[in-house]
Write a protein that binds this ligand. Structure first.
Ligand SMILES: O=P(O)(O)OC[C@H]1O[C@H](O[C@H]2O[C@H](CO)[C@@H](O)[C@H](O)[C@H]2O)[C@H](O)[C@@H](O)[C@@H]1O
Length: 265
């Protein structure tokens, strides 16, 4: 029996029938179960199989929309060049294998170097804290820190970044056990608009688990379907429990879309 809510199954049946479909998926916590080491995250095998089946279909495009850099995302997601990748929350894109963004100017590059140094200096002070360099920013991971150390590391990092000056242009965003800083602001909502336009999608299915995915849910409308993974407030119309349920949802969609391709009206 399906673990998917009946209203979601009905929404998937409807969206499977649109002409040009864009399936936009967050990676960590959505396709890939959360793990302590970001480099070892992998898509649920059933989700991977469904994505590859969808990739084979005409009028169906798959996009991963992630906070990871494109290079990092490509190495963990291991999908074909035909898969659209959005990295750094929308500061980078990969279409047809060609990567664009973030194309920083000289001042931004200098500030990025200062940002890397500031966040890495802070991380070195706290057990379990680690950093992730991105093309336009730096992430402070605290999953492996005690709650007290995580709180202190975040406060310390916010102060260190504030000390880079009010005109640094740096903004921050929170995710699951990560505080990120960037010299080039981007968000998944703007990114979804870009790929919707680029693929001439009739409708978008967007699935995500984190607060950063709410920007994506906020731009959905019309025949689009938004699915939140796990607990927490959301603007999405549907919810599933975990990446296992996401895999089931994608398998359902792939089967319906294959049937539509085999017997077009
Ligand atoms: O937008 P996403 O694809 O969900 O990326 C968000 C962040 O994901 C990664 O960190 C998160 O997942 C790790 C692996 O499960 C976990 O260890 C970490 O605690 C999470 O924050 C990635 O490393 C970040 O760069 C992304 O921004």
């Amino acid at each position: 029996m399906s673990a998917l809510p009946p209203a979601l199954v009905a929404a998937i049946e409807r969206i499977a029938d649109v002409d040009e479909l864009l399936v936009a998926l967050d990676f960590d916590g959505t396709l890939a179960p959360t793990v302590d080491d970001p480099a070892s995250a992998r898509s649920h095998p059933d989700a991977m199989a469904a994505i590859l089946a969808l990739e084979d279909l005409e009028k169906t495009r798959i996009a991963l929309v992630s906070g990871r850099s494109i290079g990092n995302l490509a190495s963990v997601a291991r999908l074909p060049d035909s898969t659209i990748l959005v990295g750094s929350h929308g500061a980078e894109f990969r279409f047809g294998g060609a990567v664009s963004g973030p194309e920083l100017d000289g001042d931004e590059r200098k500030m990025l170097d200062r940002l890397y140094a500031a966040v890495e200096t802070v991380a070195a002070r706290y057990p379990g804290a680690r950093t992730e360099r991105k093309p336009a920013g730096s992430g402070l991971h605290t999953r492996m820190s005690s709650p007290a150390d995580a709180d202190a590391a975040r406060a310390d990092a916010l102060a260190a970044v504030a000390a880079l000056g009010p005109s640094s242009g740096i903004t921050e965003r929170y995710g699951k056990d990560i505080l990120e800083f960037t010299v080039r602001e981007a968000d998944k909502g703007t990114a979804l608009d870009v790929i919707r336009h680029r693929t001439a999608a009739s409708a978008v299915l967007f699935v995500g688990d984190d607060v950063t995915d709410e920007d994506g849910f906020a731009v959905l409308s019309g025949h689009d379907v938004g699915v939140k993974v796990g607990p927490g407030e959301t603007a999405a119309s549907h919810r599933v429990a975990d990446p296992q349920a996401v895999a089931e949802l994608l398998a359902l969609l792939a089967g319906l879309r294959e049937r539509k391709a085999a017997s077009p009206r």
